[in-house]
Design a protein. Structure first.
Length: 1020
């Protein structure tokens, strides 16, 4: 290998390049984006259609079915589901991970546009929302007042909103829970009937009077004049004076048959903060920006805003993501610093101060240089990229340790520092390159993951790869140069204390055990295989999970009252929950949302859209003590369970990509009644089994609708078309926006035509609805139709365009999601399913299979690639298999470590195991490579194995110790998310290292012959 010689002989160039790369990394570190989680945008879109007054069945038939039929024509659809609720449709379309998000979004826009003309004309809105973590709000404020009107509150919020949106890096600020103002035209239907005024005549008169058609222009002489027509309404008085007809002596004006006023729309969303009436203001950041810069500027504006608020208003912080980001980054950087100290201390014990500085210098340089390339790749500083630094911490010094230890060994033979550096690195250089490449290849499966989980964690393996490559470059260039200049001219005669311990162990216990295993290879291998099989048998005790809870001092409370419940009833239940929170000494604040979910403040929690039977509270603790939090949550669950007639779920935030629920079973079929019966049976299974909490069955309760049964014969005799009857009923009861009114200030309000508002709607109000015959006669609705109360599905959901119902549940503390799901599947398999009905397992199991399945294929490719690298290095097929023997040993150690630590095999543990494959075979590579070199010098197999084991014992143990030392702080302090990964690597690495020093020599004797060393190896 020529690189060490070139680096030493051209040391000026070496130093300049290292300095330039370091400066690039430092510049990137100062300017790169900072956020809590990776900024990913999966190829997925939500379609939200609002159609007030429509039942779930109407929504399904009129809106969902046409849109689904059009969108289903697109390629690469991975998940496709919809939900039809009262007055609203939600359709989610997710594409395969390798799809272009922007292209697929445009495709959906095009498909929805194609069917728009086939949808009802009076749809209120169609919104298409492209999924992105940047949609998550980083700030939520409450502007509270018990006395100020909503227009005054909104006026103040608008003032702050404009200031926040001018801040660089702010994507959008939005105001919530403000009833919009509207011009309400409340019709006197009995009077209209007496005057024979049909509803369509009033609507037509208003639309005609509000038309604003340009009058064109004319030339008079040398000048050109624009012609202004009467134009739109400019005041409420203009609306009141609208002439409806002029058949009598005096024209009939709108004010004669209706009341016109500027009023608030029907309130469908109420908000409070700590019990005080409020409106909310949220803000999110653009991708690629620094959250701390954005929040700091926002806080300055908010501080000035608070000083200017009227005395009857106050502003409160509900949520500020920068605090949790700062805490998380501080914890990770603390873990990184602690790991660096542990690694440095281990190296110091082995080599002393000078050499430990030489080796540990690689740590900050490798990380800083890698940061430049991480930034160049478009990733910022967030939990994934920082965890990658901690993972790589112990790995990146491996090369420097192996290289430096070999340089010292050559120096002890009498060579000068320069020659020792050149020859020492040359001897192990290709082994170091090979081991680094295999480690890098082990992270390839994680990089290649195509689903949202892969997008979410991709910055972690990419960062590890950059750090390892930087450490390899430094170990082969800077380290030999520094060793040639700063090592003592004469090597220490007396080894350090730790080295003396190693030497005594090597010459005593290790040598004896090595002789034993070489003399009894079959017994040793048989015992090893038995231990491996036993460890696999223990794996079910470990259990499998996906992602753990987020361990935040925040949680949400979901309240669902019976379908069809009025907003005021749901609000009353929410106030009962607020009373419980007020009594707790550990609750700092709570934001109450009645009629919809809290604005999105966590990346994988999508708020529920408008629904009068739903409320959600976002709650924060005063403490981060896990014991207190767990006890408080348990107490709240018991107390809320005592509130009758409603379902209240106290939910903690979960890590990982969005999952509908940890446990989710989709029952597929066409008939809603049959689906409801089956769902009831499955719900009973879930409750009877124990261990499941927050069980949700959307069809557990049904809604009661009023059906207007029109007598078609009477309607035909009267000459009134059916569609006109439907439209009149809808306009009278729900209201219809027939025009837009803009006042002199430029503010625009919808012009709504409807019956007079009452505190409570009554059945007899239907008698006030009149229809007009072609002859102008007024016919009461009661003569043409009758009212019926009928139970209907509360919600209709589709899965891949087929009707279904999804039952969801969480796992109680102490229960495994995997075990609970498996037990439920066994019961479902034995259930007597009717023809045309079946089930599909969603939730964590589905997401885990998608993520693990994709990684499984990529892992196979990576293993083949690693095997290819080893074949290239050893020019043998059997020796790579010897090297691979470390993998089952590592798996055994990982299983035992997880079992003893009490953690399940989670997704991060799977990442740890995948990473471990590349890590553990490095020790085998170093051992086998040096054995081959000794045999090329003429030693027998046993002689070469014994000397190789004794010589490489120290660097192998030290690299293992530094890897474990680097991971230990993250493992002990990384919480339930990262601890399983840490224990997986530590357990696997510990056992595989100990056994590699014995099992690899044993396998070498079994699969090698004295005459097998090639001429190429002898030349090395």
């Amino acid at each position: 290998m020529k690189l060490p010689r070139l680096a030493i002989e051209n040391h000026q160039f070496t130093l300049v390049m290292v300095v330039l790369l370091t400066l690039a990394g430092l510049t990137s570190f100062m300017t790169m984006p900072r956020s809590e989680d990776p900024q990913v945008a999966p190829p997925a879109t939500s379609i939200i259609v609002v159609y007030p007054g429509a039942s779930p069945s109407d929504i399904e038939q009129l809106i969902v079915d046409p849109i689904e039929e059009a969108v289903n024509e697109l390629d690469d659809i991975k998940k496709f589901n919809s939900e039809s609720n009262d007055g609203m449709a939600l359709i989610n379309v997710e594409f395969t991970g390798d799809s272009d998000a922007d292209e697929k979004y445009n495709d959906i826009v095009q498909k929805v546009g194609q069917v728009r003309n086939t949808l009802p004309r009076d749809i209120m809105s169609i919104d298409l929302i492209k999924w992105a973590i940047s949609n998550t709000n980083i700030l939520q404020l409450a502007i509270s007042s018990d006395t100020a009107s909503y227009p005054r509150l909104k006026q103040q919020a608008e003032r702050l909103k404009k200031k926040l949106e001018r801040i660089p890096g702010v994507k959008r600020a939005k105001i919530w829970a403000v009833p919009q103002q509207q011009v309400r035209v409340s019709l006197d239907m009995p009077k209209m009937a007496a005057l024979k005024i049909p509803l369509r005549q009033v609507s037509g008169a208003l639309q005609s009077a509000n038309a604003n058609i340009p009058g064109g222009s004319i030339d008079i002489g040398d000048r050109k004049f624009n012609i202004r027509t009467s134009g739109r309404f400019t005041s409420l008085e203009d609306i009141r004076n609208t002439i409806i007809h002029a058949r009598m002596e005096r024209p009939l004006r709108l004010r004669d048959i209706a009341r016109v006023e500027l009023a608030e729309e029907d309130q469908n969303y109420k908000a409070r903060f700590n019990g005080r009436r409020s409106i909310f203001l949220t803000m999110n950041q653009k991708e690629g920006t620094n959250i701390f810069d954005v929040i700091d500027k926002a806080r300055e504006e908010i501080g000035l805003f608070e000083k200017e608020l009227p005395e009857d208003m106050r502003a409160f912080y509900i949520f500020d993501q920068s605090g949790s980001v700062a805490r998380r980054l501080n914890v990770f950087f603390s873990n990184l610093a602690q790991g660096m100290l542990l690694v440095g201390f281990i190296i110091f014990l082995a080599f002393g101060f000078n050499i430990s500085v030489l080796i540990t210098l690689v740590i900050p340089l490798s990380i800083v240089i890698a940061i430049a390339f991480v930034d160049l790749s478009g990733y910022g500083l967030q939990q994934m990229s920082i965890v990658a630094m901690v993972i790589a911490l112990g790995l990146l010094v491996d090369n420097a340790i192996v290289v430096t230890e070999n340089i010292i060994r050559f120096q002890k033979t009498g060579l000068s520092r320069v020659q020792a550096a050149i020859q020492g690195v040359a001897q192990v250089g290709w082994a170091v390159v090979s081991s680094t490449v295999t480690t890098v290849l082990a992270f390839v499966p994680i990089i290649m993951m195509q689903d949202m989980t892969g997008e979410f964690i991709r910055s972690m393996p990419v960062t590890v790869v950059y750090i390892l490559l930087a450490s390899l470059l430094l170990a082969l260039s800077l380290t030999p140069y520094l060793a040639s200049r700063f090592l003592k001219k004469e090597p220490e005669k007396e080894p350090r204390w730790l080295m003396r311990v190693f030497n005594r162990f090597i010459s005593g216990n290790y040598r004896q055990r090595l002789h034993f295993v070489l003399a009894n290879p079959k017994k040793v291998l048989g015992l090893t295989i038995a231990v491996f099989i036993l460890s696999l048998a223990l794996f079910p005790l470990v259990g499998v999970s996906f992602f753990p809870k987020a361990e935040k001092n925040q949680f949400i409370i979901n309240i669902n009252t019976p379908m069809g419940s009025a907003l005021d009833y749901t609000d009353g239940i929410a106030r009962q929950v607020e009373t419980l929170l007020e009594k707790s000494a550990y609750i700092e604040s709570y934001a109450t949302n009645v009629g919809r979910g809290n604005p999105q403040i966590y990346y994988n929690v999508q708020p529920k859209n408008e629904s009068s039977n739903h409320a959600q509270l976002f709650v924060q603790f005063t403490t981060e003590d896990k014991t207190i939090i767990a006890a408080t949550l348990d107490s709240l669950r018991r107390q809320t369970a005592a509130i009758p007639g409603v379902r209240i779920d106290v939910k903690e935030f979960q890590q990982g990509p969005p999952v509908e629920a940890p446990i989710a079973i989709k029952i597929l079929g066409d008939d809603m009644k049959r689906l409801s019966l089956i769902a009831h049976d499955v719900e009973n299974m879930m409750r009877a089994g124990g261990g499941m909490i927050n069980i949700e069955n959307p069809l557990a309760t049904s809604a009661t609708d009023i059906h207007v049964r029109i007598n078609r014969e009477k309607a035909a005799i009267s000459g009134i078309p059916l569609h006109e009857i439907d439209q009149t009923i809808r306009t009278a009861l729900t209201g219809a926006e027939i025009a837009a009114y803009r006042d002199r200030k430029g503010e625009e309000y919808p012009l709504i035509l409807r019956l007079p508002m009452a505190d409570k709607m009554r059945i007899r109000d239907f008698n006030n609805i009149y229809l007009s015959t072609p002859a102008g006669e007024a016919v009461p609705l009661s003569q043409l139709a009758r009212l019926e109360f009928k139970e209907t599905p509360a919600v209709i959901t589709h899965f891949k365009t087929q009707r279904n119902v999804t039952l969801k549940a969480d796992a109680a503390d102490g229960f495994s999601v995997d075990a609970l799901t498996a037990a439920l599947i066994r019961q479902l398999d034995s259930y007597d399913w009717p023809d045309g009905y079946g089930y599909y397992v969603g939730g964590e199991l589905e997401s885990r299979q998608e993520s693990f399945g994709g990684m499984g294929k990529a892992a196979l490719v990576a293993l083949i690639a690693i095997f290819g690298v080893l074949v290239l290095q050893f020019r043998s097929f059997r020796q790579p298999l010897i090297v691979f023997s470390a993998i089952p040993l590592a798996i055994t150690g990982s299983i035992l470590a997880l079992l003893l630590s009490g953690y399940s095999f989670s997704f991060t543990a799977f990442i740890g195991l995948t990473s471990l494959i590349g890590i553990v075979i490095n020790n085998s590579i170093i051992l086998v490579d040096y054995t081959n070199q000794l045999r090329a010098e003429g030693l027998t197999i046993n002689e070469a194995l014994i000397r190789a084991g004794e010589t490489r014992f120290t660097p192998i143990i030290l690299t293992t110790a530094t890897t474990i030392g680097g991971l230990l702080p993250l493992t002990l302090g990384g919480g339930t998310l990262w601890a399983p990964m840490g224990w997986t690597i530590i357990g696997g690495l510990t056992l595989s290292t100990v056994l590699t020093l014995l099992i690899v020599p044993t396998l070498y004797t079994v699969f090698s012959k004295e005459s097998e060393i090639s001429a190429e190896t002898r030349k090395v």
